[in-house]
Design a protein around this ligand. Structure first.
Ligand code: PEP
Ligand code: MG
Length: 866
């Protein structure tokens, strides 16, 4: 067993068994020495050595002397020298990362015989303060390990006096007094001071269970106030927010502490030192493969690294940029890069994040449910109308457009407010509810906070009142419970093109294997983003989202309250050209890739006006469209559309059976867009998807048509032919598929597959209908289930066992009929990395998720493959 492990820039130990005995500080210093960065020399007393009784204290003292003299030689100083004394520190090196600061003793070697020599460099006042600190720390350490009550009291009084002494004369006085309580030679002989300190530590460790297996690090001191060319400071190896490869941090010149002072930017330090610091940064980054924080001292022109740590406050973007740089320099390979980041952390890169510095002292409340990641700041408004009014005014006045929609829950008519707001905060709902789903698809932030109270003209969050126009900030990170800050904080905006994520995806892409990632996208900008992220297609275009905008929603309302085919067709005629444009744009952006258009699927009542004002606006509109309608009639028809249990109500394919005109319009718009693009030479791959299917007969009717007396469902195939003939186009290849989102569809999958080219599992509804859990109300009792260990994970995020079983059964039955059937998943579960192993293992071909989820899903896949 070695008792002393010396280190310096030229000497280190590499043996893992030895390093094991050195504690975490010792290990960190050995890392530095091993890397050859300028490390102040020193040695480590291993925990093994400290725990055993020394055979020969004399021999040990000689060994210590030898090791300390070796340090002095390297630094051109001598321990105990009256002119230019070497001073050392002893630092506890615990085996575990301790949260509290453990005792260290600095400036050992400072005593009556060396103080003047030291003062010649740093000034008398500083020198005596340090001498006082040595004595004060010795007393503190002594106190910590003393059990005798009388002695404790005496030491406490002495310590009080020592700590109070500020002026040099006072310090001199109190040191004289301290000599009565300690062996005189520790005040006169530097070597005796080391011996005394070591023994104190041994005693301290023995009496302290948490530390009794610690090692002791002994190292030379340096001073940033040792003369003209002396500095100290700390810096990160690069910018911890952006990842830009430029040192960030500060330094102080000829100074000994930074308290209350502002340092200078590290890049302004003299060129030769800056070069040295850069060189060290690069070596440490390459060695640790991440950003590090480094503390350093320059004493009389010599640069020394004091310590280095993980930069725990770095942003994900900075981390990613570092990995990319290391990758391009050949320091790390694809494999390392792929596993270095948790997929969910991409959410922080793609959305604005709060400036953590600015958030430091602002009151907040933590809790609720994360709906859509990111950070949002702004004025709160409690209705869509009010928010839009304020938004327009702010636009005209050139004021910041920072708004947050705060409502009990949101509906279709609120999408236009979510669109312009930075975020949405609701009291009700959960991950798969309206506000989070819409926010995710629009790249906005969403949070559900059930404890929020709505009063007449204000809301209450954690006892704090907020009126309309008051400001808050939402922080919804991927790795922590969300927070609401009670004021507006600074935001750091993402820049998808410059942040490095596209480069990162380029590397990941090679390792994704035979599985596709599609996007849930219904707006051109979503499709553009999906394309940027190299989505393999659009897996779910929710067409109902296309009717949510201000211009269309009143027309759609007249459509659903129409009580004759003629009235309905009139509204559909207005909507059709809009839909042609919609599909045209999506097909064009996604050229050559499949675009799955899901025919309308929303409970009709979702489109109804929900506020008094929107009702009045709509009455106005509807009367203009059909002057014969009275206000009373309009209200009655809206009332009739109300549903008791909307998720199981009049939605999806059921609307197609009742009002075939609606799907007819959508299907013909799809083909008109496709054939127009065909003429322009654009490669279009349309897929039509029918939602809320229970039974094969529904698919057959919608796909191939069905006639009954007096009325008819025209099949998709027939509509396609009509459009093709009208436009004189060549037949295009298209596919028709279904959403599997009801248990009945699962059980009928073999029969359904006869008429469906593909299955897309709508796991939001499938979770809802398999468990009989409402996706909107589930969170009101989820926490109780969770507390009682009855449900570990939110089943609307992480697929539950029974839903997985449903997917497996449907996949198996579907393949019995159609072995080459394409299958995918498009519920919110698609982007959750935890679901991907299952999705792939049951043979699905793709997952479709919001565009912002694409990088997350791709990284999760690559991690499964590499
Ligand atoms: C689903 O049910 O999983 C789905 C994707 O459809 P929506 O969320 O639109 O109901
Ligand atoms: Mg659904």
């Amino acid at each position: 067993m070695n008792e002393i492990y010396s280190f310096s820039s030229e000497e280190y130990t590499n043996d893992p068994d030895m390093i094991e005995t050195m504690g975490i500080r010792g290990k960190r210093i050995m890392d530095l020495a091993r890397l050859g960065v300028p490390t102040l020399p020193g040695f480590i007393l291993s925990n093994e050595f400290l725990a055993t009784e020394e055979d020969s204290p004399k021999e040990h003292a000689a060994n210590i002397k030898q090791a300390v003299n070796k340090m002095g030689k390297l630094l051109d100083k001598k321990f105990g020298d009256p002119q230019n004394p070497l001073l050392i520190k002893m630092v506890v090196s615990p085996m575990l990362n301790m949260v509290y600061t453990v005792f260290s003793l600095h400036n050992i070697g400072l005593c009556d015989t060396t103080i003047d020599g030291f003062a010649a460099y740093v000034g008398e006042s500083f020198a005596y303060h340090e001498y006082r600190n040595v004595i004060s720390r010795i007393i503190e350490l002594d106190l910590k390990s003393t059990t005798e009550e009388d002695r404790k009291k005496t030491l406490e009084t002495l310590l009080g006096k020592v700590q109070k002494a500020k002026a040099v004369t006072k310090i001199k006085q109190i040191i004289e007094e301290a000599k009565e309580y300690y062996p005189l030679d520790i005040f006169t002989d530097a070597w005796k001071q080391i011996e005394f300190a070591e023994n104190l530590y041994k005693r301290f460790f023995e009496g302290n269970e948490a530390l009794n297996d610690s090692a002791l690090l002994v190292q030379a001191m340096t001073f940033g106030n040792y003369g003209k060319e002396s500095y100290f400071g700390s810096y990160y190896t690069r910018n911890i927010v952006t990842g830009e490869n430029e040192l960030s941090g500060e330094f102080f010149e000829n100074s000994f502490d930074s308290k209350g002072k502002k340092g200078k930017k590290i890049t302004l330090i003299k060129a030769p030192y800056l070069d040295g610091l850069k060189q060290i940064a690069s070596e440490l980054e390459r060695a640790f493969k991440e950003i590090r924080k480094i503390t350093f001292t320059i004493e009389d022109g010599s640069l020394w690294v004091i310590d280095q740590f993980e930069a725990s406050d770095k942003s994900t973007q900075a981390e990613m940029k570092t990995l990319l740089d290391l990758h391009s320099e050949g320091v790390i390979e694809d494999n390392y890069l792929i596993h270095a980041l948790k997929p969910g952390r991409f959410a922080e890169i793609l959305h604005p994040v709060l400036d953590k510095e600015a958030a430091k002292d602002v009151p907040y409340v933590q809790g609720g449910i994360a709906g859509a990641m990111g950070a949002a700041v702004g004025k709160v408004y409690f209705s869509t109308d009010e928010l839009l009014k304020e938004y327009k005014m702010a636009q005209q006045r050139n004021q910041p457009l920072d708004f947050i929609l705060v409502m009990p829950s949101t509906y279709a008519e609120d999408v236009k407010a979510i669109e312009v707001a930075r975020g949405v905060l609701t009291k009700e709902g959960g991950y798969a509810s309206h506000a989070p789903v819409v926010a995710r698809s629009l790249g906005k932030v969403a949070m559900v906070f059930p404890e929020m109270e709505f009063r007449k003209d204000h809301i209450v969050i954690n006892g704090q009142k907020f009126k309309e126009g008051d400001e808050i900030s939402l922080d919804v990170p991927s790795y922590d419970t969300p927070k609401i800050y009670f004021s507006k904080l600074a935001l750091i905006e993402p820049s998808i093109n410059d942040c490095g994520i596209l480069e990162f995806l380029e590397i990941i892409q090679k390792h994704i294997g035979d599985f596709d990632i599609h996007a849930n996208a219904d707006q051109p900008k979503d499709a553009e983003l999906a394309k940027l992220f190299k989505a393999d297609g659009i897996g779910l275009c929710r067409t109902e989202h296309m009717f949510f905008n201000e211009k269309r929603i009143p027309i759609f309302r007249t459509l659903i309250i129409a009580d004759s085919v003629e009235e309905r067709l009139k509204a559909l005629d207005l909507l059709r050209p809009m839909q042609v444009d919609d599909f045209y744009n999506l097909f064009k952006i996604m050229e050559g890739h499949p675009v799955t258009i899901r025919l309308l699927d929303a409970p009709l009542h979702e489109f109804l006006p929900h506020t008094r004002q929107s009702m009045l606006d709509f009455i106005d509109f509807a009367k203009k469209q059909n002057p014969k309608l009275t206000e009373e009639e309009i209200r009655q028809r809206c009332d009739m559309l109300g549903e008791e249990n909307p998720m199981l109500g009049h939605r999806g394919v059921r609307v197609a059976i009742t009002y075939p005109e609606i799907y007819n319009m959508q299907v013909s718009a799809i083909f008109e867009a496709a054939y127009r693009l065909q003429k322009e030479g654009v490669d279009v791959v349309p897929e039509i998807m029918i939602p809320i299917i229970m039974d094969a007969n529904e698919v057959r009717a919608v796909r191939f048509g069905k006639k009954i007396e007096g009325t008819e469902i025209i099949g998709i195939n027939e509509i396609e032919k009509q459009v093709r003939d009208t436009l004189g186009a060549r037949a295009i290849e298209y596919r028709v598929g279904v959403m599997i989102e009801l248990p009945a569809a699962v059980l009928n999958a073999d029969k359904i597959a006869k008429y469906a080219d593909f299955f897309s599992f709508g796991t939001n509804d499938l979770t809802q209908t398999t468990n009989g859990l409402s996706r909107d109300d589930f969170n009101s009792f989820f926490t109780n289930y969770n507390e009682f260990d009855l449900l570990e994970k939110n089943p609307f995020k992480v697929l539950g066992k029974q839903v997985k079983e449903m997917v497996s059964i449907a996949a198996e039955r579907g393949r019995l009929t159609r072995p080459d059937i394409t299958m995918g998943i498009c519920g919110e579960h698609g982007a959750e990395p935890a679901n991907l192993p299952f999705i792939r293992s049951c043979g699905l071909n793709y997952a479709s998720c919001s565009p912002y989820g694409i990088p997350i899903a791709k990284l999760a896949l690559a991690q499964m493959n590499v």
